[in-house]
Design a protein around this ligand. Structure first.
Ligand SMILES: [Zn+2]
Ligand SMILES: [Zn+2]
Length: 177
C-alpha cells in the first residue's frame, strides 16, 4: 500500500488490507504464506514527523527441519518506522537513537508499505523450523518419520555400529593369521 506522505492529514490515519503471496512477492520460497496476511497500518503525523506502525497477522506453511513434514504456524508482527523526509544522510559519527535505526527515508512523496510487510514476514521465519518442540525427526537409517511410527533402528547408534564393524574386521583378520 502506498501512503502519500505529503498530503497526509494531521493525526492518526488507519488502513486495513489483506495481501496475498503474489502481491507480497512471496512465491517460490522455502515457506508459503497461507491465504492472506492481514495488515493493520497506523500512520501518525505530528508536524513533520510521521510514524508508521504495521501490525501483520499471518499463517505460514513451514517445513520442519527434522522430519521434513509441512506444518502451519501463526504469527503476529508489529513494526514501527519513523519516516524522515529527504535522503539518508551519511553521518557515521552521529549517535544513533532508536528513532534513527528504524527510520525510513522518503525521497519521494509516498511510501510503499508492502515491501515492509514482506520483510517482516521473511524475518519471522525461524532458522530451523520445528513442527513441535520434541519432534523426533527421521530415522537416519531407513528414513521413517519417527513421530508417526517406529522402526527396528530406534536406539541405533551409527557411530557405535561403525566401531563394532571395524572390530569385527580386525578380529577376522587376526583369526586368519
Ligand atoms: Zn517435525
Ligand atoms: Zn529405521
Amino acid at each position: 500500500m502506498k501512503i502519500d506522505i505529503l498530503n497526509l492529514k494531521e493525526g492518526v490515519t488507519e488502513y486495513f488490507e489483506s495481501l496475498g503471496p503474489s502481491e507480497l512477492d512471496l512465491l517460490n520460497l522455502d515457506f508459503r504464506l497461507k491465504d492472506k496476511a492481514f495488515v493493520h497500518t497506523t500512520v501518525e503525523k505530528r508536524g513533520n514527523k510521521v510514524k508508521i506502525t504495521i501490525d501483520a497477522k499471518f499463517t505460514l506453511i513451514l517445513t520442519c527441519s527434522r522430519c521434513l513434514e509441512e506444518f502451519e504456524q501463526d504469527f503476529n508482527t508489529v513494526d514501527e518506522y519513523f519516516v524522515k523526509p529527504g535522503q539518508e544522510e551519511l553521518e557515521p559519527e552521529k549517535y544513533l537513537s532508536d528513532e534513527d535505526i528504524f527510520s525510513i527515508f522518503a525521497p519521494a512523496q509516498e511510501i510503499d508499505t508492502t515491501p515492509l510487510v514482506r520483510d517482516s514476514i521473511i524475518l519471522s521465519v525461524p532458522m530451523k523450523p520445528l513442527c513441535k518442540e520434541d519432534c523426533k525427526g527421521l530415522c537416519p537409517v531407513c528414513g521413517v518419520n519417527l513421530n508417526k511410527s517406529i522402526c527396528e533402528h530406534v536406539g541405533f547408534d551409527k557411530e557405535k555400529d561403525e566401531w563394532r564393524r571395524k572390530l569385527e574386521e580386525i578380529k577376522k583378520k587376526l583369526e586368519k593369521k
